[in-house]
Design a protein around this ligand. Sequence first.
Ligand code: ADP
Ligand code: MG
Length: 601
Amino acid sequence: METPATQTLPSRAKMLGSASAFGAALPFLALLLVGVSFPLFGGGYWGVIATRACIYWVLVSGLNLVVGFAGQIAIGWVALLTLGAYATSVLTAGNLTPPFPPYLALAVAAAVGAIFGLIIGLPALRLRTFYFAITTLGFATIVTQVALAWQSVTGGGVGVAGPIFPEPFSSLWGFYYFCFGLAAICTWMTANVAASRFGRALTAIRDAEVAAEASGISKPALLGAVFMFSGAVAAVAGGLFAALQSYITPDAFTLDLSILFFIAILIGGRGSILGPLLGTILLTALPEFAAPLVAWSTFLYAVLLLVIVLAIPGGIAEILDFKNRRPLESERAIIPRPDLIERLLGALPDAGALTLEQVALSFGGVCAIDGLDLEIRSGQVHGLIGPNGSGKTTTLNVISGYYAPQCGAVSLNGAALPVFARHRRAHMRIARTFQTPRIVGSASVLENVMIGGTVDGEGTFVESLLSLPRHRRDEVMLRDTAMLALAAVGLDRLAAVRADRLQHSELRFTEIARALMLRPSFLLLDEPAAGLSADEIGRLGGLLLAIARAGTGVLLVEHHPDLIFDTCHRVTVLNLGRMLAAGTPAEIRSHREVVNAYLGG
Ligand code: ADP
Ligand code: MG
């Protein structure tokens, strides 16, 4: 039996999708129009500037996925421009092999760029922030030094001639259109990725890595694909750059150029395509408006960056984000719809039980959990209570694979859960929320929830790049499911709102919606009622019972006695890492030690 409200949900999702997609495409269409008609109003010199802007954007579009979306500080990406420029030039000149036609040379350069993009990117899996930044700078230096030293091939300090693309791309405007076309394709491809489960996963890795892992996102595989793409387009940009310069020497590839690419993304705004695109155009054109400014360009970039970081941290994208400037209703009640849970979760197979046997873990001298037995059965809510520091979150982290227990075993239906393979938990349909909500603040509520369904997409990264049918099907499926999950937790009206504008209690429900996207067999909740009003706690209880009725086993870590005693089928009480009591709510309520130690009379 479906109410009219439930029938309209997917269509609302579709409307939301198509209206926002059109609004988002509008500025790109305007830029396309300006770009195509540019030769009508720009003189010859401006043709060179516009071509350069297109070439820089080809590189920045790919780098944007690395820096703006995945949040990896790759400041030495000029290394790949250099590599692509030399690969294309050397192959067309025939210094190493018989001469290649320029298009083939460009394609080979792209392949070389993909390989080196991966190699340069690999340290990101181990090194964080500045350490990774320094390794990319190191690569930039190495590439330039090799270009200088390998004289027989690269011409050393004397340089090598760039490729010449045949008619119709040999003239100034012909070559401009060639570069413009490639820039447009790169924009389209990166916009496709940004609007795919991969783009959302990248922002999750950037802003909420533990939530990304809990949603089953494999960081090495995803970053690997992105580094390869980014390396390939950067090398293509290099080939075009060499053609535009007509002659290249190692000193054409300065660190200033690398900083320009990086700053274009920062002033454009992280997690945006349009912002960095405008940033690239701005930084390429700015020094040209007045000749004296050229000498000051580095200074200008620095000032611009400071102004942006201090005044508008979200960059150009934030200035253009009119939608999120509208005030939100101040009195917003969260009214979950437990009746939608069954439709959302479908018929869950009986997953058996998640068991902890004699699990012990200590951090140095602190014994966080000490011989804990726990059995979470499907279709039941299992409460885990205890004072602060009694080991509740640690128990969740052991089940999620963050810590290896020093003794004992964690098993799902008798099979031991792999230690440390955290993203594998999502594939086993074990979902969780966090004591402090882990949310991508700059993404919409809907996008945050869609992150939870990442593992259920079928299309590959390449299919998303090219917006092939499987990618589009995934997106429709994820969007509809996420709308349904949001309606179930009572947040569907806020779907389009940027998540960092939500109140704390709304973030808690957003996390639950994200976890429900997995159609979990087991759902681990870490203090979901913290910060909720009494009414909201009551409704949360109803929601949790509906989730359990659908067949999910819920582990509820909580402090609020009412929520525990009203919703749980069984309760385990922890104290100093040890089990103080276990039983039904009625047994726990009358347990003398528990009442004395914890419930307070
Ligand atoms: P709870 O969630 O019940 O409040 P926790 O599981 O967070 O408690 O913590 C249990 C104990 O383990 C606390 O004494 C805490 O200080 C300690 N602990 C938790 N995580 C770590 C860690 N990564 N390193 C050192 N001590 C930790
Ligand atoms: Mg805790």
